[in-house]
Design a protein around this ligand. Structure first.
Ligand code: PMV
Length: 357
């Protein structure tokens, strides 16, 4: 499919008002997306687990209007929010040619997250995907009839233009984004991983340890830019292809030890890229390292399959098979909670994607 396939060509412009509501989850990348080209095209393929509990719930009410300006208000957790508006304005500008009714309506966007606002958890993936899905449902209200596949693809396509990783939040349980030779995929939208998934990876658990709940030290926008002219970028992009290749086989064979190697190496590589860019950043905190070392020790001593991954920040995602749930949570409570800000962590697991409410 190409960009033009996502342009809405005709719709019923007589519809006066309506309301749509979606819940959309966050996702956690196993092979990381870091580096993009124009129009949010990724430099390398990525794959993520869709999460289940960390979600954004967004309701959009639309009312026909006369003026030709974009018009919208955003309410976050019940309160008018000006801070989100520039991001949504940019999003509308980027997607306008695919969603031509954006100037015909005033949009009231009411949104909330199931996870605490200042948790350092990126809400852009769940937030942008929820908004993209609402716009798709409005297209349907305007008389367009979509097959599920196309609906999801266009929702993912639009979400990508809001925030790259958001395109991996529409479906579950594993989603691939970015052309590669080993899976069916596209640079334009995320698709459900089409390979076999061994039972070891069903219902995988993700405990998100909140080490630093503050604002991100490096925005994704800046982070992606740092990959331009980065001395190791070319190798890194090739490595991501290679890791996705390997992960495909691992997901089918159920080899947890090999899974751990890829996932942890990807997390550390993401951080290594930021430590070696110009300007350079260290996004881990001392407690991030404490947690990583304790995870390694626990794994060794208990023959466990616990591992970690990181986003572009200090929080740690602790990944483990469902079968180890109780012993890992005992470990988290007895040892790792001490390194979390105010002892906070979030229990999550792999989920099935967004839902219309
Ligand atoms: O979607 P963005 O532009 O915020 O990029 C996020 C990138 C990482 O979360 C660091 C990795 C990933 O693939 O999700």
């Amino acid at each position: 499919m190409i960009d033009q396939d996502f342009i809405l060509k005709s719709y019923n412009s007589k519809v006066e008002r309506g309301s749509v509501k979606w819940s959309s989850p966050s996702n956690i990348a196993l092979v990381k997306y870091w580096g993009k080209r124009k129009n949010q095209i990724p430099e390398n393929p990525s794959i993520s687990f869709t999460l289940s509990n960390c979600k954004t719930i967004t309701e959009v009410t639309y009312t026909k209007k006369k003026s030709t300006e974009f018009s919208f208000e955003v309410f976050f957790e019940g309160e008018k929010n000006e801070a989100f508006k520039p991001k949504i304005q940019t999003f509308f500008e980027r997607i306008e040619s695919y969603v031509p009714f954006l100037r015909d309506y005033h949009f009231n966007i009411e949104t909330s997250n199931t996870f605490p606002h200042s948790s350092g958890i990126a809400s852009s993936a769940s937030g942008m995907s929820a908004l993209a899905l609402c716009l798709m449902s409005i297209e349907e209200d305007l008389g367009v009839d979509y097959a599920d596949d196309y609906f999801n693809r266009k929702a993912s396509f639009l979400a990508r233009l809001g925030s790259g990783s958001a395109c991996r939040s529409i479906e579950g349980e594993l989603v691939v984004w970015g052309k590669n030779k080993s899976t069916e995929s596209s640079d334009l939208f995320g698709v459900r991983f089409d390979g076999d998934i061994h039972s070891n990876f069903k219902d995988y658990q993700d405990a998100i340890l909140l080490v630093d709940k503050g604002e991100k030290q490096v925005s994704s926008t800046l982070g992606h830019k740092l990959m331009y002219g980065h001395p190791f970028a070319k190798e890194r992009f090739l490595q991501a292809h290679d890791n996705l290749d390997k992960l495909k086989d691992i997901l089918s064979s159920g080899d947890l030890k090999e899974f751990i190697k890829i996932v942890e190496s990807e997390a550390l590589t993401l951080h290594a890229m930021m430590m070696t860019s110009m300007p350079y950043f260290i996004l881990m905190k001392p407690n991030t390292l404490e947690i990583i070392n304790r995870i390694w020790k626990f794994r060794e001593e208990n023959n466990s399959n616990i591992c970690f991954t990181l986003d572009a920040g200090a929080n740690v995602h602790v990944l483990f098979p469902k079968a180890e749930e109780s012993k890992v949570y005992d470990f988290i409570k007895s040892e790792l909670v001490a390194y979390c800000q105010n002892g906070h962590y979030i229990c999550d697991s792999v989920g099935n994607g967004a839902k219309r409410l």
